[in-house]
Design a protein around this ligand. Structure first.
Ligand SMILES: [Zn+2]
Length: 388
């Protein structure tokens, strides 16, 4: 049987609608069967509902060392987007392969699977681990469970490559993130009696202004790293919802907001400052009218920053695979922060396609990016085969 190419495998992977809100199990079944065809056993690490799974597979010797090839299986929704062709049918136009997830990041998954026959056929001296996660796009949730499991059950790998789209450039750093839901519980009444109520929209607005103040301070005082497009940490409100009618004092409002921090900046301290403002400044004012009011802040997702030194072993190694001298830093987050910070495995981000195309209608990966990734992974296999 002819081994499938990376574009052929990408077409299969794109055909599974793995939008984060859906189960990824049909895709995981496919990958598991594919690996089994080469005699490779997979391990599933499920979510709490049993409808999503991380997949972990080791090729080569058991034991410590070797390298993780990591990617997420989920994709962002196509809702409200206008596509020139069906987003779940990979379509080629002018050397570009269009489909949801083509670039973010089923392209890397496809190249990894296309390299499996070479991995399985070689006698590897170092293990190559495949780590495919779920729910990356909604806050790197799946990989957290996978890493918990790895800490308990598996020997620690030496290196990790996260194949998020970097145009196959070597990326050593990204910011960390904390995502928060803020719920403001006020007290409703007729607007003509406004001072008798607790206006949830007003307090939500004050929380948004507080975030702006923290953001302004971070922008003015740093710390700074000029390697990032935005060279400082940021604070941002993405959603502010509240109220039902002009003549009702609103009893409920909601904010969705985030901090993104440079490596070395303590994101939890910023969250504490934000929570402290709610508890110490705003809630006493609200409680003066009614004890049943308040502000609840739920940090529902986040990931650590990635900060791999330019002279680290893993950086030198992955530069060799990529045929590049890069040491870039990117604005977007990845699962790399978790592999590096939580699991303690030196990590680099390097994968096919451009983040410019991610999450958009008519997302694509260029065919030659997949070819470059195939070459890159061929070098990974050579390295695992012949230590030295
Ligand atoms: Zn991604």
């Amino acid at each position: 049987m002819q081994a499938p190419t990376s574009p052929e495998l990408l077409a299969r992977l794109v055909s599974f609608d793995t939008t984060s809100r859906l189960s990824n199990l049909p895709l995981i079944d496919f990958v598991e069967d594919y690996l089994a065809g080469y005699g490779i056993e997979s391990r599933r690490v499920m979510d709490e509902t049993g409808t999503k799974a991380n997949l972990w597979a080791t090729i080569g010797p058991d034991g410590p060392g070797g390298i993780i090839l990591s990617g997420h299986t989920d994709v962002v929704p196509v809702d409200g987007q206008t596509w020139a062709s069906d987003p779940f049918t990979l379509t080629e136009r002018d050397g570009q392969l269009y489909g949801r997830g083509a670039c973010d990041m089923k392209g890397f998954l496809a190249s990894t699977l296309a390299a499996v026959p070479a991995m399985a056929g070689a006698s590897l001296a170092r293990p190559i681990h495949i780590a495919f996660s779920y729910d990356e796009e909604v806050g790197c949730l799946g990989v957290a469970r996978l890493i918990d499991w790895l800490q308990k059950e598996a020997a620690t790998p030496a290196y990790c490559i996260v194949g998020e789209p970097t145009l196959m450039e070597v990326v050593i750093g990204h910011k960390g993130k904390r995502s928060m839901h803020v719920t403001v519980r006020g007290l409703s009444c007729h607007s003509s009696l406004a001072p008798h109520g607790v206006n949830a929209v007003d307090y939500a607005a004050m929380m948004a202004v507080k975030l702006r103040e923290i953001g302004a301070r971070l922008a003015a005082e740093g710390p700074f790293d000029a390697a990032y497009d935005v060279p400082h940490s940021t604070a941002h409100t993405g959603v502010l919802i509240g109220g039902t009618a002009l003549n009702i004092v609103p009893d409920l409002a909601r904010l969705d907001c985030e901090f993104r921090v440079l490596p070395g900046v303590d994101a939890d301290r910023l969250v504490e400052e934000f929570v402290g403002y709610a508890k110490n400044e705003l809630e006493p004012q609200m409680h003066a009218i009614s004890q049943d009011t308040g502000i609840d802040i739920d940090v529902f997702a986040g990931f650590p920053a990635l900060d791999t030194p330019p002279d680290a072993e893993v950086t030198t190694l992955v530069r060799r695979f990529a045929g590049s001298n890069g040491d870039g830093k990117v604005a977007f987050g990845t699962e790399g922060g978790r592999f590096s910070e939580t699991l303690g495995v030196p990590t680099i981000v390097c994968g096919p396609g451009s983040i410019e195309q991610a999450h958009k209608p008519d997302e694509f990966v260029a065919r030659d990016q997949l070819t470059r990734c195939d070459t890159f992974l061929g070098r990974v296999v050579d390295w695992a085969r012949a230590p030295g």
